[in-house]
Design a protein around this ligand. Structure first.
Ligand code: ATP
Length: 242
C-alpha cells in the first residue's frame, strides 16, 4: 500500500434513483497535494465529492481514507476522522452568528482550550470573521460567506478538505483571496481536493488534476501539463456538453 495516498476512490458508481451519475470514478490524492477535479456543468463533480464524503452511498466501488475503508461510514462521522466537505453554496446558517456557525464545525470537541486554538487560527486567517463574530451570518457578502464555510470546516482540524467551487459567484479579487487561503492551508499540511468549473483558477494551484465528463474521468495529469493541454480547453472550457 502506498502510505502517501490520503484518499483513494476505486471505481465508484453513484446514482440518483434510477439515474447513474458516476460510472466508475477512480482517483487518488497524495498527502500534501492540491488536486483539482474539473468538468463542465453536470459532469459529476459535486456528486463525486458527495460520494467521497458519504452524503451519497456509492452503489459500488470503494473509498479509502488514511488507509481505512470509509465507503460505508456515515457522512457525520468523517469530520472527526479528518475529512471535511465544504459543499457548493456554502450552507451557512444565516440566522445564527458567525461564531455560532464556527462552533458547529467543532461540535464534537470537548476540549475548550483546543476549540479556542482552532478559533484563533480561523480568526487569524479571516480577520473579517473575528471583527464580526457576533453578527448574523446572513449579513456577510458572498466572499465572506465562503470564508465562513472554510472557517467552519477548519474548526474540525481536518487533514483533508473537499472544496466544492469556492470561487463560485466571487469577483476576481475575492477568488484570489480565497485561493491564497487555500494555498496557505495546504502549506500548513492540509491535503485538498478542489472542485472547480473555472479550470484556469484551479490549475494555477493544483499539483494534479482530473477532468470529469458524463460521470467518467476522461483525462488526468499534472496541473501544469493540463493547464497547457488543448484537450482540456476544448473538452472543458469549450463547454462541450458533459
Ligand atoms: P455543477 O457544476 O452544475 O454542480 P457537477 O459537475 O457538479 O455540475 P453534478 O451536480 O455532480 O455535476 O451532477 C452530475 C449528474 O447528476 C447530472 O446529470 C445531474 O443532473 C445529476 N444530479 C445531480 N444532483 C442530482 C439530484 N439531487 N437528483 C438527481 N440528479 C442529480
Amino acid at each position: 500500500m502506498d502510505t502517501d495516498i490520503v484518499l483513494a476512490a476505486d471505481r465508484i458508481v453513484a446514482r440518483y434513483g434510477s439515474i447513474e451519475a458516476l460510472h466508475g470514478v477512480s482517483l487518488s490524492i497524495r498527502r500534501g497535494q492540491i488536486v483539482a477535479l474539473l468538468g463542465a456543468n453536470g459532469a459529476g463533480k459535486s456528486t463525486t465529492l458527495r460520494t467521497l464524503s458519504g452524503l451519497i452511498a456509492a452503489s459500488s466501488g470503494s473509498v479509502r481514507f488514511l488507509g481505512e475503508d470509509i465507503t460505508r461510514v456515515p457522512a457525520h462521522r468523517l469530520p472527526h476522522r479528518g475529512l471535511v466537505h465544504v459543499p457548493e453554496g456554502r450552507r451557512i446558517f444565516g440566522d445564527m452568528t458567525i461564531r455560532e456557525n464556527l462552533d458547529l464545525g467543532s461540535f464534537t470537541l470537548t476540549d475548550e482550550a483546543e476549540r479556542r486554538r482552532r478559533l484563533d487560527h480561523v480568526f487569524e486567517l479571516f480577520p473579517i470573521l473575528a471583527r464580526r463574530h457576533n453578527g448574523d451570518a446572513r449579513n456577510l457578502s458572498g466572499g465572506e460567506q465562503q470564508m465562513l464555510a472554510i472557517g467552519r470546516a477548519l474548526m474540525a482540524a481536518p487533514q483533508m478538505l473537499l472544496l466544492d467551487e469556492p470561487s463560485m459567484g466571487l469577483a476576481p479579487q475575492l477568488i484570489k483571496e480565497v485561493m491564497n487561503i487555500v494555498q496557505r492551508l495546504n502549506r500548513e499540511g492540509v491535503t485538498i481536493l478542489l472542485v472547480e468549473q473555472n479550470s484556469k483558477v484551479a490549475l494555477k494551484f493544483a499539483d494534479y488534476g482530473y477532468v470529469l465528463k458524463g460521470g467518467r474521468i476522461v483525462l488526468e495529469g499534472r496541473g501544469s501539463d493540463l493547464a497547457n493541454n488543448d484537450a482540456v480547453v476544448s473538452a472543458y472550457l469549450g463547454g462541450v456538453a458533459a
